[in-house]
Write a protein that binds this ligand. Sequence first.
Ligand code: G3H
Length: 248
Amino acid sequence: MRKPIIAGNWKMHKTVAEGVAFINAVKNEVEGTDVEALICAPYTLLPSLVEAAKGTSVKIGAQNMHFEDKGAFTGEVSADMLLDIGVTHVIIGHSERRQYFGETNETVNKKAHKALQKGLTPIVCCGETLEQREAGETKSHCKVQIEEAFTGIAAADAPKVVIAYEPIWAIGTGKTASSQDANDVIAFIREVLVGLYGDAVSEEVRIQYGGSVKPANVEEIMNESDIDGALVGGASLEPSDFLQLVNF
Ligand SMILES: O=C[C@H](O)COP(=O)(O)O
């Protein structure tokens, strides 16, 4: 049984005070649910959020990291630095990182390896553009992204990876893939994992959907057979919305 994982991705939003107030507002309400609840916040907030969430089941993640341990990489943050402050998860290869910051399948793969080596849970993102969807290339594109992200990752480590399928045209647009469409692509991604690792490993990997998930549609999405969670941007910014998502 795959434990559902609802993750907020705050992107470039919130000050430390706003972030801590959010965690204080949700942390007791999240207790007792069967859901893994996670907030991925900007670096500047992370130590304060980890502190605010201490002793609760709310987990704190980063939105990116570098694949090297240390060195002359101005502006970057390493896995060890995240672990040092108590971060447990890291989003890797979000489409905004790919589009604006030159993230490639190769760097995604290197980051996934590093996260696993260090004991961070990588949330590896994939998803197609509108043009690719309209050209019928959704599945072939996601297949390449997943195969290249998992290159060299051992079968024993694969289930530690969370995948987030996020059609780019559905991010922040209010357009959601229908829950059946999302499930169809996610079931296909699971087939890709079968090809890489076999049935048993594939069945263990949690695959989230992301793209305009909100309280009004989360239940329908989460009721789909292959969807194990949601990676949520806009609707994760308000405590009341986030709690509704976690309590789908
Ligand atoms: O990481 C989250 C996704 O980019 C989805 O963002 P959104 O929920 O605002 O559409």
